[in-house]
Design a binder for this molecule. Structure first.
Ligand code: SF4
Length: 367
């Protein structure tokens, strides 16, 4: 089988590892680009959200590269993501592509369907369940390393002495993790990556602003979609903390739901699930405010209902908890220059707010 999947941030490295270790050829989808987006816009319904459009383009590119099987996740709940697998399949078949699409629904809700689809992947290469578990564990380990190394890169970037040096080091790390084949090699690659990133020349005397990034999972995780917001803010000297990482999301939602803390934080503002990451966006903003962050940036795809609902409530959260929130709506017209200007203005505002608060504190404490 020639297998491909949606590309989201750095996770493709771990998925590639798993597919190859299960005995299949992996067609790594190219990083989303304007070509991907143009294809997606051309063949998707006009009012589909932008993640849908980019995935349409990604699938077309992967099928053109020879993929015969597409693996994706389904979804339950009020957001339309649960229908996307089926809709993509119809669009791509109408375009004349011959392939099979395996849409994996949450295993706790659809166990039989999950196992049946998994068998389709394991059977051709005669992979036992035991071996599958071993390979899955190694791929999960790789995913965790990718997330850990990325988190570290975001912590280091605001201190870098030479603009861009953290990104160069991070790209070296990605190549290293990609090459790691066994669990031991994966563990070693993490140690090496930590060394590589820590050796980026830094000015530790800086006191960067701390900004939380919230929003819909696809636009938060895929740098092409969010126009590299974390890199942009990092290079403006801001330390970013992203609310979503794939390993964290999977741990919270696939095995057992442990997002109670976020829901509890959101409860005074929103009492019911609205699908997608809407309720998380509110709860995470509350938690960022309570943990002393200077500001929050919400990234929302145009026409995404859960994020539109969250966006309409966020001004109240912002006022109640005295935390500035910048909401950015992403669509196919969003340009990097415009986004950079808005981020620079937001960072200026946060700096002034911090200075004012420090002055007030100094006046009343006599320092
Ligand atoms: S959460 Fe929003 S952007 Fe994501 S699939 Fe649902 S509607 Fe689309």
């Amino acid at each position: 089988m020639k297998v491909s999947f949606p590309r989201m941030g750095t996770s493709y490295i771990a998925f590639k590892h798993l597919i190859e270790h299960l005995g299949h050829e992996c067609v790594v989808p190219p990083a989303p680009s304007s070509k991907t987006l143009n294809l997606g816009v051309k063949y998707s319904p006009e009012f589909a959200c932008i993640p849908f459009k980019v995935l349409t383009g990604t699938y077309i590119e992967a099928l053109e590269m020879g993929a015969d099987t597409l693996i994706t996740s389904g979804g339950v709940g009020p957001c339309r993501a649960g229908l996307y697998g089926m809709l993509h399949q119809k669009i791509l078949k109408n375009l004349g592509y011959d392939f099979e699409m395996l849409v994996f629904e949450p295993p706790l809700l659809y166990l039989v369907d999950f196992v049946t689809k998994l068998r389709k992947i394991l059977k051709p290469a005669k992979i036992s369940w035991r071996r599958f578990y071993k390979e899955l564990k190694a791929a999960w380990q790789k995913l965790m390393v990718l997330d850990d190394v990325e988190i570290l890169s975001h912590q280091i970037r605001p201190y870098e002495l030479h603009k861009g040096s953290t990104t160069i080091a991070f790209n070296k790390c990605l190549a290293l993790i990609d090459r790691a084949d066994s669990p031991d090699e994966i563990a070693r690659s993490k140690e090496e990556c930590i060394e590589i990133l820590n050796s980026v020349p830094q000015d530790k005397s800086r006191k960067p602003l701390r900004v939380g990034i919230i929003g819909e999972i696809y636009v938060v995780l895929e740098p092409f979609m969010n126009l590299e917001i974390e890199k942009t803010l990092g290079e403006l000297g801001v330390s970013t903390h992203r609310s979503i990482y794939l390993t964290q999301w999977a741990r919270n939602n696939t095995i057992i739901n442990t997002e109670g803390g976020i829901r509890k934080a959101a409860y005074p503002y929103l009492k019911r699930m609205i699908g997608g990451h809407g309720i998380n966006s509110l709860g995470e903003t509350v938690l960022y405010a309570k943990n002393g962050f200077d500001g929050v940036v919400q990234i929302a795809p145009f026409t995404c209902i859960p994020e539109i609902v969250a966006k309409s409530i966020l001004p109240r959260v912002s006022k109640d908890l005295n935390i500035p929130v910048l909401s950015l709506t992403i669509d196919e017209q969003t340009g990097k220059a415009g986004l950079q200007t808005r981020l620079e203005a937001f960072v200026d505002l946060l700096q002034q707010k911090r200075m004012m608060e420090e002055n007030v504190y100094a006046r009343f404490s006599g320092n």
